[in-house]
Design a protein around this ligand. Structure first.
Ligand code: UD1
Ligand code: UDP
Length: 375
């Protein structure tokens, strides 16, 4: 029996990246067993179950149930549980995705167990180490054996860090495979009618980066800005649990924030969220994935950050970095409403086939004998 491949997911943005790869491997497993491992970093109905359902992602084969905690607690708990799993299953490869704490933890465990690692969405860099995800990206890519990259900037970053060109495979963007697959169903969703908004007649907002929401004064000013923007058009704001907790500590509940023109909601399912992204006049966000999805959909995106690990969305796509100062938002919104929003183009390789290319790269990688590795 050949050694299995363990595919790790933990948090919401991992699910829509891993789904297309798993589908492609289910069609052609290359003679291997492919197991889906969920660390349990995200666990609630809105961040987890609803997204799995909408993506049609199969139930995990193994659930580590780690839950929330500080960075060290969460990272350590995933490492302890994943180390036991690796010792039991002796995988031939561990596949991690993106840049969340689960990605880092499982990569470190695999590397120390001498199990090769493939990193889906390797090579992205914001060059801002105050972002916990940048630390996760750097450490993961120091230990990765097979780099599955979404864009040329990622390849260039890896080459500049000394990665061998032969270890890099540009597969394109798996998250956009999920967008393409699910957009027709999303467009059938009744969510616009349910919220009483019209196509191109509202703004969609998401905020969850610690740099925006963990600093009370910044968050309070973002809330003021949100109320100012709502004078221009209704704002739909699905609230991440981190943000909800920080709003609560400012004494702000959903009820106190909601008005006729501000829809404050629980995080939405993938199909409803995609329907709103596709129909919004513009999207305001600090999410990584939303910057990419808006570029794929051709919808203007204003990113409330000073930098991005996804520069191609700015250089080629529809994304504009407005910076972290909330007062920069209203003029940026007005510019889009005046017709100056970026039209953008969809980057090469964001074509709905990234999962197939990643699966092919993994099958090829597994064919090469590696001394000491489980086969
Ligand atoms: C994590 C990722 C971030 C990613 C985001 C996607 C890290 C370091 N951060 O941030 O890169 O952009 O997910 O959404 O990995 N909580 C719940 N229910 C859940 C999960 C979390 O209520 O199912 C609450 C808990 O209070 C928890 C807080 O949200 O403490 C933060 O969760 P955590 O997974 O630590 O980080 P995120 O902010 O979700
Ligand atoms: N998303 C969702 N419901 C929401 C908000 C976002 O399904 O209410 C999806 C979004 O379409 C994208 C992914 O979640 O596919 C992005 O994840 P998130 O913003 O949590 O993390 P990041 O990409 O910033 O790491």
């Amino acid at each position: 029996m050949t050694a299995p491949v363990l595919h790790v997911v933990g948090a919401r943005p991992n699910f829509m990246k891993m789904a297309p790869l798993l589908e492609a491997l289910a069609r052609d497993p290359g003679g291997r067993e492919h197991l889906l491992v969920h660390t349990g970093q995200h666990y609630d109905e809105h961040l987890n179950d609803a997204i799995f359902r909408d993506l049609g992602l199969r139930a995990p084969d193994v659930h580590l149930g780690v839950g929330s905690g500080s960075h060290a607690e969460q990272t350590a708990r995933v490492m302890l549980a994943f180390e036991r799993l690796v010792a039991e299953r002796r995988p031939g490869l561990v596949v991690v995705a993106g840049d969340v704490n689960s990605t880092l933890s499982c990569c470190v465990v695999a590397a120390k167990a001498c199990v090769p690692v493939a990193h889906l969405e390797a090579g992205l860099r914001s060059r801002d180490r105050t972002m916990p995800e940048e630390v996760n990206r750097i450490v993961t890519d120091r230990l990765t054996d097979l780099f599955l990259t979404p864009s040329p900037d990622a390849d260039a970053n890896l080459l500049a860090e000394g990665v061998a060109p032969s270890a890099i495979v540009r597969v394109g963007n798996c998250m956009i495979d999920s967008v393409q697959k699910h957009l027709p169903a999303a467009r059938q969703s009744p969510v616009l009618a349910r919220l009483g908004v019209e196509r191109r007649g509202f703004f969609l907002l998401t905020l969850h980066r610690p740099s925006n929401v963990d600093e009370p004064e910044r968050l309070a000013r973002l809330v003021e800005t949100l109320c100012e923007l709502a004078r221009r058009a209704p704002v739909i704001f699905p609230v991440h649990p981190r943000t909800r907790a920080r709003l609560a500590s400012l004494g702000l509940s959903f009820e106190s924030l909601a008005t006729a023109r501000v829809h404050v909601l629980e995080p939405l399912g993938y199909l409803e969220f995609l329907a709103l992204e596709d129909a919004a006049s513009l999207v305001i966000t600090d999410s990584g994935g939303v910057q990419e999805e808006t570029t794929a959909l051709g919808v203007p995106c204003l990113t409330v950050r000073d930098n991005t690990e996804r520069p191609i969305t700015v250089e080629v796509g529809t994304n504009t970095l407005v910076g972290s100062e909330p007062s920069a938002l209203p003029p940026a919104v007005d510019a889009v409403l005046a017709g100056h929003g970026k039209r953008g183009q969809v980057p090469e390789g964001w074509d709905g086939h990234a999962g197939e290319r990643a699966a092919a790269a993994i099958r090829t990688f597994l064919e090469i004998p590696r001394p000491g590795a489980a086969r």
